[in-house]
Design a binder for this molecule. Structure first.
Ligand SMILES: C[S@@+](CC[C@H](N)C(=O)[O-])C[C@H]1O[C@@H](n2cnc3c(N)ncnc32)[C@H](O)[C@@H]1O
Length: 293
């Protein structure tokens, strides 16, 4: 197969009138609001909250904030693990070109469906493609991507029956009880891999994405840590170390404080074992491609 021919036709140049040195289209006033290191969001009607459609989504408003901070109108945003297409919907709202990849056809279809019913007045293009993230460089040219924003699978930490320990009383045995909420059991699905294999695979994928990024373009990865058999699994530490090994520089860690959208939590650990609930916050690991690469 001639891989050059599979490159997709999508815009990647600014269409705004911002001065060349600006990293985004924000005014100084808007910029100030973005200086806080802890962020909160609420859901809107278009957000997917039905776990049978997709088990792990994030709010459109989160994607919009990251995209507004790290790209200009007309530039190209990439989500290697697009899921229900939230990044694409946000990109469409604020006029960025965007491409997302997912192993599962059902999620690519869901993403396309969401895009179809969204805003028709933007001048950019958003596409969801079914493929393994390891193959993305076949589709995009070097130095064209201005931002990678994604929420990857969390190794195999969700690939087990839900016990709903955070729910109280009768609520524990809800529709999700004892279900495995995993995207698929495909051996290439990062959600089936033990942490070490997962980290290595993430490293390979992101090393392959580095040349696609423009110098100093950001790569923001959203991950929580998790509890597994009473042990704190620090996915964010594994990922930071791996991304550094693969040539990315860590610029920032932002906390997505989810306390305002988590409800009905149980009493974990009381009275002898203090643990914070994994679901109350997640990390936004903000890397960039160093200029010299
Ligand atoms: C946490 S979800 C992304 C959710 C997304 N942020 C949203 O709001 O819907 C991770 C996605 O990665 C996909 N995935 C897993 N392994 C993959 C791989 N090797 N290549 C591409 N996609 C993969 C899964 O099918 C899943 O939809």
């Amino acid at each position: 197969m001639d891989l050059e021919n599979t490159k997709i036709d999508i815009g990647f140049q600014r269409t705004c009138q911002c001065p060349p040195t600006h990293i985004n289209c924000l005014t100084a006033k808007e910029w100030i609001k973005n200086q806080l290191g802890v962020w909160q969001f609420t859901y809107e009607k278009r957000d997917i909250r039905d776990r049978s459609l997709h088990p792990a989504t994030f709010p459109i408003s989160l994607a919009k904030k990251v995209i507004s901070l790290f790209s200009h109108e007309g530039e190209l945003v990439l989500d290697p693990f697009v899921g229900s297409g939230t990044v694409l919907v946000a990109a469409q709202d604020i006029n960025r070109n965007a491409v997302g990849f997912d192993l599962q056809e059902k999620y690519v279809n869901l993403s396309s469906q969401r895009l179809g019913s969204n805003n028709f007045f933007n001048h950019s293009k958003q596409i969801a493609i079914k493929d393994d993230a390891i193959n993305i460089s076949n589709y995009l040219s070097d130095n064209t991507v201005s931002l990678i924003f994604t929420s990857p699978p969390y190794a195999n930490l969700l690939n087990r029956k839900r016990k709903n320990k955070s729910r109280r009383g009768d609520e524990r045995k809800n529709d999700q009880y004892l279900k495995v909420e995993q995207y698929s059991q495909d051996p290439n699905d990062l959600g089936t891999m033990p942490l070490e294999e997962y980290t290595e695979r993430m490293g390979e994928i992101f090393e392959g994405l580095l040349p696609l990024l423009r110098p100093k373009a950001h790569c923001v990865i959203n991950v929580p840590d998790m509890w597994w058999e009473n042990e704190r699994i620090t996915i964010h530490v594994s990922l930071i170390e791996e991304m550094r090994k693969r040539g990315f520089e860590l610029r920032n860690i932002i906390i997505w404080d989810r306390t305002n959208i988590v409800n009905r939590i149980g009493i974990f650990g009381w009275p002898s074992n203090y643990i914070t609930m994994g679901v109350t916050f997640e990390y936004l690991l903000d890397f960039w491609k160093p200029e010299s690469d």
